[in-house]
Design a protein around this ligand. Structure first.
Ligand code: PLP
Length: 447
């Protein structure tokens, strides 16, 4: 067994035992595929600030941060005290509350394109509902999405996600998924425009993230072109801000890049750690969902979050977080920007110093690490999947970083306000140590 796996197993016997039990009751031992990584995942029982602790007592600097949710860190004070009070009030009534109205008003005030919104409980549901509105509005069927983009596991969008992309993403998908969901390449303006024009007569929507999967930044002008061409085609421009919303700026990626999507989706940061998603956008489009409009039911887009929409922790926690972000925006967003820049540059330099070919992508507080296999250009999610060693990044690199006390996702992750300078130094140092181990391994193998 490789030395890094021996170390991993020696440090985490409690997690190994839990994983063995988990496998007997959950296929693959998990309920969401990215939570498995080889040889077995760690199990944590505590999280605070920038740190998590596993059941064997090992502490890690967390870069996963609840799927990029916790922008202030784990259990941040402005949210923790409100959640404490909320526990006294209740958890879920399924009846309207004043907090839902106040939260919706705050979001519409702070997010440029949000003229009206509806809450749900996940990003998967939000993007599914955005497409339903787009199809109701246009009467068309085709959706364009970025090859390599992830918008959740709804039938329409769980396609063209991972390399090789000519193979369906999942068993059990209806044939309409392949027929009506088509791909574009991120950062390829000519190809994207050509696809929009080609499908225009039946094009309901283009759905895109401002920052590509693995946090690849958009080339200047790309998003504006996609927005303009989508409108020209009479289709709905949907910006998926599930990761970027309230993270890249208070007004999200749309504020940062000067976009005005027709519809947008949010999740993650929005709920301050509780399950929450939303679809928002132009008043006339959102009005298509209004059950009080008097129109017949086949002219109303049926969307809504179901049983658990508007749960108290999400409404009260999210509202408290948003108010804090608004009050401290001048401090928070520049600080996140600087932390992200420092860790990206630091990690890349530390690894290259040991001769490891590495590329860090990212924007603001987000970053990923890729290991190119050769000199082919890597500038979008598909080329990262095709030309870099994703299996190594998600397997050996992740395990080695865990051995050094860092929990990464996609080789990096999301820094939060809780990540101190010492944390960033530790991440950079650990990356250098792992690069030295990798270089030694390559040398031993005579490569
Ligand atoms: C950009 C984007 N959209 C949608 C989703 C789906 O959100 P959820 O996991 O809340 O269903 C995700 C989740 O990772 C995402 O990153």
């Amino acid at each position: 067994m490789s030395e890094y796996l021996e170390t991993y197993r020696r440090r985490t016997p409690g997690s190994a035992a839990l994983y063995e039990r988990a496998r007997k009751v959950m296929p693959g031992g998990v309920s969401h595929n990215p939570r498995f990584y080889p040889p077995y995942p760690i199990y944590i029982d505590r999280a605070e600030g920038s740190k998590i602790r596993d059941v064997d007592g090992n502490e890690y600097i967390d870069l996963w941060m609840g799927h990029f949710t916790h922008i202030l860190g784990h259990k941040p004070e402005p949210v923790a005290s409100v959640l404490g009070e909320t526990a006294e009030v209740g958890s879920h009534w399924g009846i309207l509350t004043p907090w839902q109205v106040e939260f919706a008003e705050d979001i519409c005030r702070l997010v440029p394109s949000a003229e009206a919104l509806r809450f749900g409980v996940s990003g998967t549901e939000a993007t599914m509902h955005a497409l339903r509105i787009a199809r109701a509005h246009t009467g068309r069927r085709v959706v364009l999405k970025v090859r390599g983009g992830w918008h959740g596991s709804n039938n329409d969008l769980v396609t063209l996600v991972h390399h090789p992309m000519d193979v369906p993403e999942s068993a059990g998908l209806p044939p309409q998924t392949a027929e009506f969901t088509k791909g574009i390449n991120f950062n390829d303006p000519e190809g994207t425009v050509a696809a929009i024009q080609r499908y225009a007569p039946d094009l309901a929507a283009v759905v895109i993230e401002a920052v590509g999967q693995y946090f690849v930044p958009p080339v200047p002008g790309y998003l504006e072109t996609v927005q303009a061409e989508t409108r020209k085609a009479g289709a709905v421009f949907i910006l998926d801000e599930v990761i970027t919303g309230f993270r890249l700026a208070l007004g999200g990626a749309q504020a940062r890049y000067g976009l005005r999507p027709d519809l947008m989706t949010m999740g993650k940061v929005l709920g301050a750690g509780s399950a929450l998603g939303l679809v928002a956008g132009r008043r006339d489009l959102m009005a298509l969902t209004d059950p009080t409009s008097g129109r017949p039911k086949d002219q109303i887009a049926l969307i809504g979050g179901g049983t658990f929409s508007g749960m108290l922790p999400a409404m009260r926690g999210g509202r408290a977080l948003l108010r804090y972000l608004e009050a401290h925006q001048d401090e928070i967003y520049p600080a996140l920007e600087e932390k992200g820049r420092r860790v990206r540059e630091g990690v890349e330099a530390a690894m290259r110093a040991h001769g490891v070919a590495v590329k860090c992508f990212g924007v603001g507080s987000l970053y990923s690490v890729s290991f190119p296999r050769d000199d082919r250009p890597v500038n979008d999610c598909e080329s990262i999947e095709a030309y870099t060693d994703v299996a190594f990044r998600n397997g050996e690199f992740k395990a080695r970083m865990l051995n050094h006390g860092i929990f990464t996702q996609w080789g990096g992750g999301a820094v939060s306000m809780a990540h101190s300078d010492a944390d960033l130094d530790h991440i950079i140092h650990a990356s250098g140590e792992v690069a030295a181990e990798m270089a030694a391994g390559l040398k031993a193998a005579g490569r």
